[in-house]
Design a protein around this ligand. Structure first.
Ligand code: COI
Length: 351
């Protein structure tokens, strides 16, 4: 791997004790190009603008995929990744759906190791903070006909981050999307690709204007089954059953979702991957059996839901406070991520 270091680090200009999400980028990035039916050699170069032509096809037709994972600094100074192989697996699945050539696991892991080692001082020391890692691949043919591109670029950029939602781990307010749909079966919903996120912008903006944090997505056909929340997977604790929507092609297979399922099983909680209608959730609330609702995602880890509005009715969950299960999951997952708790499932990867 070729490494070209920056002449002047920007680290001194950054307050690593006071961070938002996704605003600051580390000194270096990884870059690799695909042409003549193969990936070239990866290189690490200074983070900065890249030159593209206005006709680059991914700007027009969005043949792009991305990932998002994090590096954490333990108290002893070690740097850990959380389940990087699982993120790579999902990147491969998204690549297949978007006709993008896959990047090998070895190249991915080696690239992450080199890049994070080089920019290790960018990994924040503050608990709750981390280095967000954004690998992405975009089609680079300069061609305006709609077709699969022959050339691609793979980049990994990183940046120190704090909480994703300004609420942090405080409960969020949600509203169902009315007429809008995020994904339908057979579509792109299970792939981490920009189009999915673009589809959510207008509904999210309208929800925010009404004072909500995010949209609670319902299925695209019957518009009655819960699917995701904002950019996260979703869990409902009803009685003693923890319910999450099944992966049937419209929902992103979240790595945090998978981790929650593993932990819940390990703790002896009854976990069901099944369809759950919004009416069932409202009925459970009325009967007093809806104990907790929370989202799970890489960026926010666990995000409790305090309020859900649907067709003019609303429910308040757990008196608008984080519930014991959401708190336990948050503590366990972050404990493993920061090297504070035993890593029973082998999820932690030391850089
Ligand atoms: C997540 O990690 O939960 C996300 O999908 C958010 C990301 C798109 C910033």
């Amino acid at each position: 791997m070729k490494i070209i270091k920056t002449r002047k680090s920007r680290l001194k200009e950054v307050d690593l004790e006071n961070l938002g999400f996704g605003e600051i980028f580390s000194d270096h990035m990884l870059s690799m190009e695909y042409k003549e039916a193969k990936w070239g050699v990866s290189e690490i170069i200074p983070y900065g603008p890249i030159e593209i032509n206005p006709a680059i096809c991914s700007l027009h037709y969005a043949q792009i995929i991305f990932e998002g994972l994090k590096a954490f600094r333990g108290k002893n100074g070690s740097i850990y990744l959380f389940r990087p192989q699982k993120y790579h697996e999902r990147m491969d699945q998204s690549s297949k759906r978007l006709c993008i050539p896959e990047v090998g696991l070895d190249v991915f892991m080696e690239g992450l190791k080199e890049l994070i080692t080089l920019d290790k001082e960018w990994v924040p020391r503050k608990r709750g903070y981390s280095l967000y890692i954004r690998p992405f691949i975009f089609a680079t043919d300069d061609f305006l006909g709609v077709k699969v591109s022959d050339t691609y670029r793979f980049l990994i950029i990183t940046g120190p981050v704090g909480a994703y939602y300004k609420e942090g781990i405080n409960p969020v307010r949600l509203i169902t999307p009315g007429e809008y749909v995020r994904a339908s079966k057979g579509g792109l919903g299970a792939a981490k690709t920009p189009a999915n996120y673009a589809a959510t912008l207008l509904p999210a903006e309208e929800a925010q204007k009404k004072g909500f944090t995010q949209v609670l997505w319902l299925d695209g056909v019957e518009r009655k089954y819960v699917e995701e929340v904002g950019t996260m997977n979703l869990f409902f604790l009803i009685g003693d059953e923890l319910v999450t929507p099944p992966l049937e092609g419209t929902i992103l297979p979240g790595v945090t979702r998978d981790s929650v399922i593993h932990l819940a099983k390990d703790w002896g909680i009854k976990i069901s991957e099944r369809r759950l209608s919004i009416d069932e959730a409202f009925t459970a609330s009325r009967k007093g059996s809806l104990k907790e609702v929370f989202g799970s995602g890489t960026a926010a880890v666990i995000s409790p839901v305090g309020e859900i509005h649907h067709e003019g009715k609303k429910i308040i969950v757990n008196s608008n406070k984080i519930g014991p299960l959401a708190q336990k999951l948050y503590d366990e997952i972050t404990g493993i991520q920061y090297g504070e708790k035993p890593d029973k499932f082998g999820w932690r990867y030391t850089i």
